[in-house]
Design a protein around this ligand. Structure first.
Ligand code: IYR
Length: 221
């Protein structure tokens, strides 16, 4: 394989005091992000979703294979099918599959098998990672670090949506193979995350929980 051509990197240096201000403001903004489970059905213009996906699709990835695919759902019939399938799996999870300890960990969050947000939120973004892919000529090629790459892209997507002024839920029905069937994705694509996006319900609440202090999650040498 031939080495890529190199082009000059265009870097816009920011003065240190301005960097400090930006870093502080951004951390403040990110600390206002909450996972929301109660959505309004108010419409959200598609252009905003498109732009946030454009940000997500700029994520770094193993060997630049960009091993992700985003399916954006607004169709009410498709959302209803996703809700039905997800709730069937979740009932199994909560009633049978989940180990007692896992249920104990979830109990304070009050989650259950009811997932109305899958129909109420104006947009659902189903994120798939590609375990492998095909060249336009049909040749099978590997992807590298597909989970990590897609996880980073999801982080950027959630960040972009929050920055834009919307709320999200990082939802992981388990297992979620039904997404391939409903959303007609090929076998090389594996469901990774289902993200309802929209405005919060007017009476939305969130659990009163906090983030670990920085000293507990960061060390310096
Ligand atoms: N997927 C289930 C259970 C669940 C699991 C974890 I880990 C959570 O942080 C929250 C929920 C559900 O969505 O209810």
């Amino acid at each position: 394989m031939k080495l890529h051509d190199s082009i000059p990197f265009s870097f816009n240096e920011v003065p240190v005091d301005e960097m400090c201000r930006r870093a502080h403001a951004f951390a403040d903004l990110m600390h206002t992000r909450r996972t929301v489970r109660f959505f309004s059905d108010r419409p959200v213009p598609r252009q905003i979703i498109d732009e946030c996906l454009r940000a997500a699709a700029s994520a770094p990835s193993g060997a630049n294979r960009q091993p992700w695919h985003f399916v954006v759902v607004s169709d009410q019939v498709v959302k209803h099918r996703i809700r039905d399938a997800a709730e069937a799996e979740e009932r199994e999870f909560y009633q049978r599959r989940a180990p007692e300890r896992w249920l104990e960990a979830l109990a304070p969050l009050g989650t259950d098998a009811d997932k109305p947000f899958l129909e109420v939120a104006p947009w659902l973004i189903a994120v798939f990672y590609k375990a492998y892919e095909f060249t336009p000529a049909g040749e099978k090629v590997n992807t590298y670090y597909p989970h990590e790459s897609t996880g980073i892209a999801c982080g950027m997507l959630i960040t972009a949506l929050h920055h834009a002024g919307l709320v999200t839920l990082t939802h992981t029905p388990s297992p979620m193979g039904f997404l391939n069937e409903i959303l007609q994705r090929p076998a090389n694509e594996r469901p990774y995350l289902l993200i309802p996006v929209g405005y919060p319900a007017e009476d939305a609440t969130v659990p009163c929980i906090s983030r670990k202090p920085l000293a507990q999650v960061v060390s310096y040498f």
